[in-house]
Design a protein around this ligand. Structure first.
Ligand SMILES: *Cc1c(COP(=O)(O)O)cnc(C)c1O
Length: 369
């Protein structure tokens, strides 16, 4: 699905030098590269603040911790996402309230948002799935009208841009009160292990997030709040500094591969190529098809027989997972998410994908269709 070694080989000298510099300084935790990377990422995303942390899941947890919520407060999110989004809400004793996703864009169906709001609702948590943003103008308007916080799960969408009707353009993660991203190796900006970051435009929230990610510490051995040990390693920050310089190229490479897939698959009758929303650019963290005639699993087997990597994100929506049965949702509650889980098929998508590879993959896909 990805070619991390091929990507590394192209920037090997830069990366190896960056790693050697950290080894030389031995500032492995909270080292210079961490603050330098935060500054560079803030600059590139036009975010006032960036606070790094240990992974994307922690970023989501820290974001919710910073909002001083009470147990039982409600957070509206979607069931068609990676588990972290829901997991952190439940871990913090908050109540997830789910709304279904849009069948074309796979992101939160904002038409359902207003109806999900109750007097206990405090946060809306949209997920920018597969590299495309939720309809943030709609989310922000509803949130403002109901006095709710917005936390963005931008773990799959770094670099995606949302256009607002007043002409402004904002990057994924920098629109809500807090945005979260992940540097898991296969993410669009990935490190060589785990990593994450938070975006905020609010000085007070930035200071709070920074404390929370470092044991809630205000000054040395003074703890202002209950926090986490969630820091980005200096080695990872140094690697990310290098890779950040290539982010534009990486996004362009993914878009080129997606355009090649689209051109080759557009006329395959039972396949639906990924839809692009009018308000968001797409950075193609995943290239995800819908297979409309019930043949998804057969098609997946066909790909497997030709050793073509493929994946199903996500095979079971979160409201049907054993761990989350206590939330009281049932089969049929989110029909779009449930249908998508039976229809979606993600193809290899990465920065090193060649036109020949795309051709081979699409030939195998369309051979019997
Ligand atoms: C990857 C991902 C996360 C979690 O990130 P980690 O760094 O793996 O903890 C959360 N939400 C979404 C949508 C993701 O894709």
């Amino acid at each position: 699905m990805v070619d991390l070694y091929g990507q590394y080989r192209k920037i090997q000298t830069e990366v190896d030098d960056a790693i050697r510099t950290v080894l030389h300084h031995t500032d492995f935790v909270r080292g210079t590269a961490v603050s330098e990377f935060e500054t560079a990422l803030a600059h590139i995303t036009h975010s006032k603040h960036v606070v790094t942390c240990a992974n994307g899941t922690d970023a989501l947890q820290l974001a919710l911790m910073a909002l001083d919520l009470q147990p039982g407060d409600e957070v509206i999110t979607v069931p068609f996402t990676f588990v972290s989004t829901l997991e952190v809400i439940v871990l913090l004793g908050l109540k997830p309230v789910l709304v279904d996703v849009n069948p074309n864009t796979f992101v939160m169906d904002v038409e359902q948002l207003e109806a999900a709001i109750t007097p206990k609702t405090k946060v809306v948590l949209p997920v920018h799935l597969f590299g495309q943003c939720a309809d943030m103008e709609h989310v922000m308007t509803v949130a403002r009208n109901h006095n709710l916080y917005v936390v963005e799960d931008a773990c799959q969408a770094i670099g995606a841009e949302v256009s607002f009707s007043d002409g402004t353009v904002r990057q994924a993660g920098t629109i809500g009160d807090v945005g979260c991203t992940s540097f898991f190796p296969s993410k669009n900006l990935g490190c060589f292990g785990d990593g994450g970051a938070l975006f905020t435009q609010n000085d007070e929230l930035a200071a709070k997030l920074r404390q929370l990610a470092n044991h809630g510490m205000s000054q040395k051995y003074c703890y202002a709040r209950v926090g986490l040990n969630s820091r980005l390693d200096t080695l990872q920050a140094a690697i990310l500094q290098v890779k950040l310089r290539h982010l534009d190229e990486y996004i362009a490479a993914r878009r080129t591969a997606a355009a090649q897939y689209n051109a080759r698959l557009r006329h395959a009758g039972n396949l639906r190529t990924p839809a692009t929303a009018p308000y968001s650019t797409h950075v193609y963290h995943q290239y995800t098809l819908r297979i409309l005639d019930g043949s998804r699993d057969a098609l997946a087997e066909q790909l497997a027989a030709h050793d073509i990597p493929h994946a199903i994100y996500y095979p079971k929506p979160l409201h049907l997972q054993q761990a989350y049965q206590h939330l009281g949702y049932h089969e049929g509650d989110f029909p779009v998410s449930e249908t998508l889980s039976k229809e979606v098929l993600s193809l290899p998508m990465h920065t090193e994908l060649t036109a020949d590879q795309v051709q081979y993959i699409t030939e195998q896909l369309t051979i019997n269709n």
